[in-house]
Design a protein around this ligand. Structure first.
Ligand SMILES: [Mn+2]
Length: 276
């Protein structure tokens, strides 16, 4: 079985390249990963996969400006073993592009930089015996999470297409049916301070105002409790969030309200004449 060989203290792009090889190439699935110094004098072994070292196919240092080890590996995988799942392929495309931006220094001026993934990786290494294998498996776990997050984001983008924009008692608002996560920040980034969403399964209802807004949702909470006194509606102490159901509850009685009903609750001409 071929080995995957990269340099000691691998960077995010080297870790991602190894992660891609193990995830998508059958001959690499159980491959051992070996770490060598960048100035290792030994000749490369034809059968092995060299990532970010030895100036071969998957080492951008041979002169592939604008590329990184991860994008070189991903291009190869797309040729020989592309993922059949549309969402998976699109998610990895986005993930490897982010790795490229990180690796080529294009994200270094972002706010809160000290909390970025390369920083997390660096301090994992420095505080865990400078262990390259530990750093790599830690990086794999991060990438396993991030690829799922990218799938979610793509789903969110698709669900967003069927959004309902409306004028609420607090100003412009948006309502979406989606089971994807993080719709709130997605909506805030698009100029809405108030977002209403219900999951496709209708087991999680949520009305949320941006923390930077001066919206107070308490009157809406009182109204919603009057409509549905038996459902376990919860008003967050900030008065910026009303939810029913979700990951945090154990035995909550779920709401039966439709998205349309929740939108009506937030509009100026709301009349409580409807039946659920
Ligand atoms: Mn590297």
């Amino acid at each position: 079985m071929p080995k995957i060989i990269t340099h000691i203290r691998p960077h995010l792009d080297d870790i991602c390249a190894a992660w891609l090889l193990k995830r998508y190439l059958s001959d690499c699935r159980d491959a051992e990963i070996e770490f060598i110094p960048v100035d290792d004098p030994n000749p490369a072994n034809e059968a092995d996969y060299y990532v970010g070292v030895k100036r071969g196919r998957f080492d951008e240092h041979k002169g592939d400006v604008g590329e990184c080890a991860a994008t070189l590996v991903w291009k190869h995988i797309k040729q020989v073993a592309p993922p059949s799942d549309r969402l998976e392929k699109a998610a990895v495309e986005k993930l490897t592009d982010w790795v490229r931006l990180e690796d080529t220094g294009l994200l270094m001026k972002l706010d809160l930089r000290e909390y970025a993934v390369p920083t997390i990786l660096m301090y994992r290494f420095l505080t865990n015996h400078r262990d390259s294998a530990d750093l790599t498996s830690f990086g794999f776990q991060i990438l396993d999470s991030l690829v799922e997050a990218q799938k979610n984001y793509i789903q969110l983008t698709e669900d967003w297409e069927s959004r309902v924009e409306f004028q609420s008692i607090f100003g412009p608002a948006v309502a979406v049916t989606t089971s994807a996560r993080d719709i709130e920040s997605f909506a805030y980034a698009r100029g809405f301070d108030l977002v209403v969403f219900v999951t496709k399964e209708r087991d999680f209802h949520n009305i949320r105002a941006a923390a930077t807004s001066d919206i107070d949702l308490e009157p809406v909470y009182k109204q919603i409790k009057a409509v549905e006194p038996n459902a376990d509606w919860f008003l967050h102490h900030t008065h910026k969030l009303i939810i029913c159901g979700g990951d945090y509850t154990g035995h909550a009685t779920k709401s039966r309200l439709t998205l349309e009903w929740m939108v009506d609750l937030l509009t100026p001409n709301y009349v409580r004449a409807k039946q659920i």
